[in-house]
Write a protein that binds this ligand. Structure first.
Ligand code: PHB
Length: 391
């Protein structure tokens, strides 16, 4: 009796002081919202596998708190993402929102992060403007401009004078197109046609016929991760691989996840990107081996490092706040954070909360019977060029 009333009094005091019961206080929840069904399933699988690998390697206790990952499928639909984010905050009391496999999914959730003051870690989406949509957003993926500008310079320096661009018709495609066209023009190159293909059920064939007719030196393509496989198949079916027209772009088209299935027609495709499974650092070799061991039959792609580094950033921010989950304190802890990722050295720009990273130029080659993006040039500390231009 005595003991019960003592406990009741203790609980009442705790409630009166506005604090929560000890058990609830000790778990910090991360809501990971990703596409695990629908056309962007490969992205979701990569993000989840990498997040789980990071937690398996680094334990689930940080700054005295137990870390719990709650994974939810949004099927790549923005209305689902925003609804799930609301539920995770209200019902599950998450301290972090993470994932965001596509730009519209991140954009739909940004106001929720702002209203709830909960850090939102964008692990995949790549449109420049996303980080400007909420002061609680940080990005561990990339922006399309980062790779587009680098490949535009490479093209201009490598006898490519006339280009047709072909992008998926939504925000990151528009960024990929504009950054490339502007940069290529500034280096004396000419874009003779800019084509856009719908995001839903893309059929590249009619566009590829127009490319054949225009006879450019190169076709510059952006499609979101996974979709490159359809493009490559139609590129070969239409005979573009034998036309002398080079295929170039940001590395989304030669995504390491689907590249092994492309066939030899992909050999020689040159892209610029932030990550290759083949990146030769010790850190990456260890990462690829651990990822493959934990996920038989899969190889890690650029989505995976966004997920892996996103969880790293969350862990490090919690260490810096001593386990405190105040959104503003966590954002302060994340700004300016620097570390070595499997992709190479990266940091979070303290001004823009966007990622700063090395961009590599790579060529598809066959190594031990498997296709890889083999890096041959690197450009360190690349910031989002779209934001840099606005200044
Ligand atoms: C995006 O929607 O922002 C996105 C998705 C997949 C990519 C690149 C960008 O490969």
């Amino acid at each position: 009796m005595l003991r019960r009333s003592f406990l009741a009094a203790l609980a009442a005091t705790a409630l009166a002081a506005g604090s929560v019961p000890a058990a609830a206080q000790e778990t910090v929840k991360i809501g990971l919202i990703i596409p695990l069904t629908g056309p962007f399933t490969t992205t979701g699988k990569q993000l989840e596998a990498a997040a789980r690998l990071y937690m398996q390697q680094n334990g689930t206790t940080v700054a005295g708190k137990k870390i719990e990952l709650i994974v939810r499928d949004d099927a790549g639909r923005a209305e689902n993402t925003a609804r799930i984010a609301g539920e995770l905050i209200q019902n599950d009391k998450v301290s972090f929102l993470a994932g965001f496999g596509l730009t519209p999914l991140a954009m739909a959730t940004a106001p929720i992060a702002t209203n709830s003051k909960i850090p939102m870690v964008v692990m995949m989406a790549g449109t420049s403007i996303i980080t400007e949509r909420s002061p609680y957003i940080v990005r561990t993926s990339f922006t399309l401009g980062q790779s587009a500008v680098i490949i535009a310079d490479w093209a201009a320096q490598n006898k490519i004078k006339k280009v047709v661009t072909l992008v998926t018709d939504y925000a990151p495609g528009h960024d990929a197109e504009k950054s490339f066209v502007d940069q290529f023009k500034s280096k004396g190159g000419e874009t003779v046609e800019s084509l856009r293909v719908p995001i839903q059920n893309p059929d590249f064939a009619p566009f590829l016929q127009r490319v054949l007719d225009a006879k450019p030196d190169a076709l510059y393509v952006f499609t979101p991760s996974g979709v490159g496989a359809i493009l490559m198949k139609q590129f070969v079916e239409r005979g573009l691989d034998k036309s002398g027209i080079r295929l170039i772009g940001p590395g989304d088209i030669t995504d390491d996840d689907v590249l092994p299935g492309f066939g030899d027609a992909a050999i020689g495709v040159v892209t610029a990107h932030n990550y290759s499974t083949d990146h030769p650092s010790a850190k990456n070799k260890e990462y690829v081996a651990a990822f493959k061991k934990a996920n038989p039959g899969m190889r890690p792609n650029f989505a995976s490092v966004g997920g892996y580094d996103g969880i790293h950033l969350i862990y490090e921010a919690l260490k810096k706040t001593g386990g405190k989950t105040d959104g503003d304190a966590l954002l302060t802890a994340m700004k300016g954070h620097k570390w070595e990722s499997p992709r190479g050295p990266i940091s979070i720009d303290p001004e823009t909360r966007d990622i700063v990273q090395t961009i590599y130029i790579r060529r598809v080659e066959k190594k031990n019977g498997e296709l890889y993006n083999v890096e041959f040039a690197s450009f360190p500390d690349v910031k989002d060029p779209v934001k840099a231009q606005k200044k």
